[in-house]
Design a protein around this ligand. Sequence first.
Ligand SMILES: O=C(O)CCC(=O)C(=O)O
Length: 287
Amino acid sequence: MTLKLRRLSNALGAEVCDVDLTQPMSESTFGEIYGAFLQHGILLFRNQNISREQHIEFSRRFGELDDHKSLPRDRHPDYPELLLVTNRPNADGTPSESRYTGRSWHTDMSYTTQPALGSLLRCHNLPEVGGDTLFANMTMAYDALSEGMKKLIADLHGIHLSGTRKINVAEAGEARRNEVMKLNPPIAQPVVRVHPETGRKALYLGEKVKRFESMTEEESKPLIDYLNRHATKPEFVYRQMWRENDLLIWDNRCTLHQALGDFDETQLRHMERTTVLGTPSGYVTAA
Ligand SMILES: O=C(O)CCC(=O)C(=O)O
C-alpha cells in the first residue's frame, strides 16, 4: 500500500489519511508509516476509536515502551504503559496530578539517560474549545542558525531538570516536585543531538534546561533563552487542534512540544500517552 499523507504545516507533520488502527497492519504498511514518521517528525491519525490495548499494541511497533516509573503518580492504574494527561479529578475529589503536564516547551524524558524516541498521544475528551498543543521542528531550527552559532554550541551540554516548573510547586505541591526530582537527578544532554536514524543534527533544549554544563545559570540563561525563542518561532511550529479519537505520534529526538492550557479548566480534557524508549543519551550530573 502507498500511504495517503496530507502535510499539516510547512514546518512539520503529516496526517495519515487512510489507515484504520483497529485493523491488523502488515509489516510493509508499518514500514511506510515509520518512514513517514522519520520524514515528517509528527504523524496524525484521525478518527481512531481504538481500545487501550490497541493503543499500546500499535505503540510497541515503534519500540520498547516506558512503564513511566519516573512519573509514578501519573500512570494509568491498570496500564503502566499509559501516562495520563488529564484534569479529571481523582476518585477522592482531589485535583488530578497531571492536569498541568506539558505546559512548557520540552521533549519527553530528556531528564533521563534514556530519553524518549517517540510519544503517542490519544485524545479521549476535549473541552468545548481550545486544549491545543504546539510542536516545533528542531532540525529546521538548527539548520537556520548561523555557522558561528553552530560552532559556539557544538560542544555544549544542557542540564535537564524534571519537576522544576513553578506551576508544580504552586499548584501540584512541593511533595510531588521533590518526589519527581528524587527519582530524576539532573541529566546533561548535548545541545546539538545527532538523530540516531536520520543522522541529522537538531537542537535539543527546551524550558527544562536551566544552565549549560560547567557554566552558571546567570551565564547560560541569555543563550538558552535565545535558542529556545529561536527554535519556537512560528515558522518552525505546527499547532495541533485536537479532535476526539486523534492519535498523534511525535519524534522526541527532533521536536519540542508544549500543551497550551488555552481552555476552560472546569471542562474535561483527557489524553493518554504511550512513550517509546529511545537510545541512551546524556549523563547524570550535579544540579
Ligand atoms: O497534553 C498535551 O497536549 C501534551 C502533553 C505533553 O506535553 C506530554 O505528554 O509530554
